[in-house]
Structure formats: structure tokens, C-alpha cells
Design a protein around this ligand. Structure first.
Ligand code: PEP
Ligand code: MG
Length: 612
């Protein structure tokens, strides 16, 4: 039986003697995309650039040019299919991230808009295959980026989609121009990979156990390459200008993926500090991993519920790994996006059922469609179901529950699908953008009508119907929380919109981004008031805006009375770690001090001091 040597542990690798630096130390600042400290010899992975030499063709060549494009498509598909099969050797978290991306790439090489558009350009505008691909990919990517986005995550998703299209365009061009792809076959164990850029599909060629770190000149925090490097758990800094051109064979490199710093040929003192930091990081990661099985409980025994926000089904495995106890906000907008027609009841039931089943008995709070404001959805406009988004003030116009009550058939189908999915596990139903009890009453009437109809149809429904609750995400809903609490089954505080509406700051407008402050005393007072109103009404209350994911803010929110937090799955371990380190009495005291203050800077200082 052959035995393979186990991969060396990070700290063993660090103890190995490294070449002393003959060249001077150089420090590069980049974007911190994947935490951890990596130390190793540089491995340069540059790649020849694909050069397009011919822009236009003659009409007689359009047939042969289309044939060239088709051959490049087949070649690209073969390359990606091969890479996809190699993913099986990567850690499971990485496979979860990269497999859907590979599938998206492969789909784009099928009968996609990119392929159809490139073929059309060859025939109609007589562009060479390379130029046609570049022009079409650029146009699709620009269109994606021109779409409005209400949330930072939505904007990030658009950037990633645009990047996917451009990436497939680049692969086709490389194959069309016969420019070779780089290989990582010669990457020595324990090296730091340095290059101009890293494409997400390269992940399939890297072995994280043999790689000390990655540093590139291009790339940003939210791109696929960053997501992939985080999933691989490799320390990484991207977007460090000048780096790839500064390296020389034999250089020693430190990659600090927490601070976003790359050091070439570090001084002995810096090298020693980096070794200590690498060991501390490895210990910290081990501790966070162990947290998954521990309770979210303060040091003096107050139990807190930590749940995850779900935006796309691909996030489900990450939620399972995070230790979250269910889903506190399942945003359903994705189901209606990127399609030409509105999903029917069976399609929606299937989507909700999959999520409910995947949570294995942990509760799932499904929010009905939150359309409007800046959340535009093409399939709804295409079917003429929704009014035009107001030019003047979309955020104050028909959105969330207001739209659903105008188009009750949409709400009925969604309620029916959620109720049917509730036969597979505990579910709660949540209404977005409710500002008055009339909206809740009207929605409840529809809900009960749908229940009766499903029962007549003989559908299997849970004995106890899913609770019907509301998002508290406007100042009106927060100040009217006593009124809403009389009929709502639960509250979820949506502090993203609550902050925007309270401070009159558009969430996606960079010009006023500095004014967007969830710690503004006005926002904190609304959070406190709505939380206390829920406690008075004896209904559950949770918080699912971005601030619930911030370990520094959670003690304050607990002091304001909150015990249930829903956040991005990746934030769960650190929030849990923070909760386990505090006493509830100290959280209460912090909240009292903060609420007595009216100066946002002092409030921020009190919070910093508490978490120091
Ligand atoms: C919120 O507004 O805080 C919220 C959670 O909803 P969304 O971000 O989907 O608008
Ligand atoms: Mg909202």
C-alpha cells in the first residue's frame, strides 16, 4: 500500500530555514481579501498577454470566422469541464464556492447571450471573432453594472456577474489567439504565488495545503477570486500596485491577508513578528472552528439566538458550517430575478422546500417579495404586473407590501408556496416595508384565504400555521410598533432601511454615504423603542440588518433588549465569540451609557472602549 506524506502544518513550514534576504525590504499596500499570514519564497505566475491583431474581417470570411469562434467555444468548454472535475480534491468549502461558478461559466459557453451576440457581430458588423467576443462581453457587463442596486451585496453581486462575463470573454480570446494559459505545476511547496492577477478558475489548479499565500496587482475585495481564496483559506492580498514587477527569483515574501500588506525581503525583526502572527492566526482559526458546536451564551448564562440571512441558495452549505440556528431572513427576490417570467407556485414551493429541508428542523423566516425602491425586477415589469418605478422618489413610493397588496395574485402565489413548504419544517412568514396595521390586516386576510384554498385542495399544511410577522424598517413602523405589535406575530428589525429612512440617506448613493450611520442616536432610539414594544406585546423580536453582523455592536444591541440576531453566515462565529465573552449586566450598562449620550462620536468611542 502506498502512503502519501501528510501536508506539513503551517507552523512546521514556518520553522524551516528560509533564504536570508540580500535585497532591500519593500512594502506594498493592497486589499486584504483573505485573512492569515503567509511566509514563503516567491513564485512568479505571470502569463503572456493575449493580443488581438485583427479587428475586422471581409464578408466572405464570416463563415470561417464563426467556425473559429465555435472551435474556441468547444475548447473552452473542454478546459472548464476538466477544471471542474479537479475541484473534487479541494476542501468542501472551496468546492461549494467554485463549483457553481464553473457551472455558470459553462452555461455562458452554451446558448448564452454572449455566444449569440458574438456570432451576430461576426455576421452583421464583420468583426473578427476575438473583437466580437470582447465587444459583446463588454456590452453585457456594462449593462449589468448600469442596473440599480439597493444593497451593497447586490452591487457586489452585479460586479461579480459582470466579471464572469468578461472572464469567459477573455478565455475565448486566449483560445482564439492561441495564447497559452499559465501552469502552476512547478509551484514549490510553501511558496507565495505572486502575479498580476488570478482568475477564479485557477483555484482548481491550486493546492491550498501547499500554498503559503497569494498576492496580486489586480483584483478587489468582492470579486470571485477573493471569494475563492477565502474559501480556500489561503492568506491573500489583491490589488497591490507594482508588486508583480518588483519581484525577483529567490525573494522572500510575507503576505498579511488581515492588514492587506505584502513585504518583499522582510527585515529579520519583521520576519520574526510575521512568524508570531502566523501562529497566532492559526490558533485563532482553530478556536473559531470549535465555536460552531458551542452555545451562543453570555458568560453569565443569557442565551442568544444566532441565525443567518440567506440571499442565494448557494449559501446554504456555508450556513450549515457557520453554526447558525436557522435562517432569520430569507430574501426571496432572487427567485424573481434573471428570468423572463414570474415563477409559478410549484417552482416557488420547490425553492422554499429545498431551503427548509436543508435547515433540518431549524426555523426559516421567509420574507415575501420586497420589490420597489431601487430593487427593480425585470420579470415583473415584463409581465406588466408592477407599476412603473416612480421617477421622483422610488424609496417612498410603491414598494414591499404596498406593491404586493396592489397585485394580490403575486402575494397569494407566494403565500401558497411558503405554506406548502412549511409542511417540511418550521417556517415563519415575513412582510417587508409595513408601515401601518391596515397593511398587516389586509395581508393576513389574503393569507387566511390562501390557507382555506389549500385545505380545500387537499394540500398537506402544518397543524400550526406559520406565524405572520413584519419587518420594522421605517421610522413610522418603529414608532408605531405598539400598534403593529397588537396584530403581528413577530418583528424583525431591518436596520439597513431603518437607517436610510430615519436619516433620509439613500443606501446606494455614494455622495451621502458618510451620513449613513446606524449608530446615530435617532436610529438607536427607534431600535430600542421597537424592541421594547415587542417585549411588551410578548412577541418575538430579532434584528437582521447589517449591524447584527458586527461583533462590536452586538453587546449594545443586547443591552437594548435584543436576543435574536440574523446575519451573513460568515459573521456568525465572531459574533458568537463576542457574546460568549460578555456579561449581560455589562451590555445593559453599555446601552444605558450610550442612550444617555447624544453625540455620535462619543457613542462610537464608548462602543470601541467596550470592545477593547
Ligand atoms: C433591512 O432593510 O435592514 C433588511 C434586512 O432588508 P433589505 O436589506 O433586504 O432591504
Ligand atoms: Mg429592507
Amino acid at each position: 500500500m502506498s502512503r502519501t506524506k501528510p501536508p506539513p502544518q503551517q507552523h512546521e513550514r514556518l520553522r524551516r530555514p528560509v533564504r536570508s534576504a540580500a535585497r532591500p525590504e519593500q512594502v506594498f499596500k493592497g486589499i486584504a481579501v483573505s485573512a492569515g499570514v503567509g511566509i514563503g519564497a516567491v513564485f512568479s505566475a505571470t502569463e503572456p498577454e493575449a493580443v488581438i491583431t485583427r479587428q475586422k474581417i471581409h464578408a466572405a470570411e464570416s463563415g470561417s470566422e464563426t467556425a473559429r469562434l465555435d472551435a474556441a467555444i468547444v475548447q473552452s468548454r473542454n478546459q472548464l469541464t476538466k477544471l471542474r472535475t479537479r475541484l473534487a480534491v479541494l476542501p468542501e468549502e472551496s468546492q461549494v464556492e467554485i463549483t457553481p461558478l464553473m457551472d455558470a461559466y459553462l452555461a455562458m459557453l452554451g446558448s448564452s447571450r454572449l455566444v449569440r451576440g458574438a456570432r451576430r457581430r461576426i455576421g452583421e458588423t464583420l468583426l473578427s471573432a476575438e473583437s466580437a467576443v470582447v465587444a459583446e462581453a463588454d456590452e453585457i457587463a456594462d449593462n449589468i453594472l448600469a442596473m440599480p442596486a439597493a444593497r451593497a451585496e447586490e452591487r457586489a453581486r452585479q460586479r461579480r456577474s459582470a466579471e464572469e462575463v468578461r472572464e469567459i470573454g477573455r478565455r475565448l480570446v486566449r483560445n482564439l489567439t492561441r495564447t497559452p494559459f499559465r501552469s502552476f505545476a512547478a509551484l514549490p511547496e510553501g511558496a507565495v504565488l505572486v502575479s498580476e492577477y488570478l482568475r477564479p478558475a485557477d483555484a482548481a489548479l491550486l493546492n491550498p495545503a501547499r500554498l503559503a499565500g497569494v498576492a496580486t496587482e489586480e483584483g478587489g475585495l468582492e470579486g470571485h477570486s477573493s471569494v475563492m481564496l477565502r474559501a480556500l483559506g489561503v492568506p491573500a492580498v489583491l490589488g497591490a500596485p507594482g508588486l508583480a514587477h518588483a519581484i525577483q527569483p529567490g525573494d522572500l515574501v510575507i503576505v498579511d491577508g488581515g492588514d492587506g500588506v505584502v513585504v518583499l525581503n522582510p527585515s529579520p525583526a519583521r520576519l520574526a513578528a510575521a512568524r508570531r502572527a502566523a501562529i497566532a492566526f492559526a490558533r485563532d482559526r482553530q478556536r473559531l472552528g470549535k465555536l460552531r458546536r458551542l452555545a451562543a451564551e453570555t458568560s453569565d448564562g443569557t442565551i442568544v439566538e444566532l441565525q443567518a440571512n440567506l440571499e442565494l441558495p448557494v449559501e446554504l452549505p456555508l450556513i450549515a458550517q457557520s453554526g447558525a440556528q436557522g435562517i432569520g431572513l430569507f430574501r426571496t427576490e432572487f427567485l424573481f430575478m434573471n428570468r423572463e417570467t414570474v415563477p409559478d407556485e410549484d417552482t416557488q414551493t420547490e425553492a422554499y422546500r429545498q431551503v427548509v429541508e436543508a435547515m433540518g428542523g431549524d426555523p426559516v423566516t421567509i420574507r415575501v417579495l420586497d420589490w420597489g425602491g431601487e430593487k427593480e425586477i425585470a420579470s415583473l415589469s415584463a409581465e406588466g404586473l408592477v407599476p412603473e418605478i416612480a421617477d421622483t422618489n422610488p424609496a417612498l413610493s410603491v414598494r414591499g407590501i404596498r406593491m404586493l397588496l396592489r397585485v394580490p395574485e403575486l402575494l397569494e402565489v407566494q403565500f401558497a408556496a411558503i405554506l406548502r413548504a412549511a409542511a417540511y419544517g418550521p417556517v415563519r412568514v415575513m412582510l417587508p416595508m409595513v408601515t401601518n396595521p391596515g397593511e398587516l390586516h389586509a395581508a393576513r386576510e389574503i393569507y387566511e384565504r390562501v390557507v382555506r384554498r389549500l385545505r380545500r385542495r387537499g394540500e398537506r399544511l402544518p397543524e400550526q400555521l406559520p406565524p405572520l410577522g413584519v419587518m420594522i424598517e421605517t421610522p413610522g413602523a418603529a414608532l408605531g410598533a405598539d400598534m403593529l405589535g397588537a396584530t403581528a406575530d413577530f418583528f424583525a428589525l431591518g436596520t439597513n432601511d431603518l437607517t436610510a429612512y430615519t436619516l433620509a440617506v439613500d443606501r446606494s448613493d455614494a455622495d451621502v454615504a458618510a451620513l449613513y450611520d446606524p449608530l446615530h442616536p435617532a436610529v438607536l432610539r427607534l431600535i430600542q423603542f421597537a424592541t421594547q414594544a415587542a417585549l411588551r406585546a410578548k412577541i418575538p423580536v430579532s434584528i437582521c440588518g447589517e449591524i447584527a453582523a458586527n461583533p462590536k455592536l452586538v453587546p449594545l444591541l443586547m443591552g437594548l433588549g435584543l436576543r435574536s440576531f440574523s446575519m451573513n453566515a460568515s459573521a456568525v462565529p465572531r459574533v458568537k465569540q463576542r457574546i460568549r465573552a460578555v456579561e449581560i449586566a455589562a451590555c445593559d450598562q453599555l446601552a444605558r451609557r450610550v442612550m444617555e449620550d447624544v453625540d455620535p462620536e462619543r457613542i462610537a468611542a464608548l462602543i470601541e472602549e467596550f470592545s477593547a
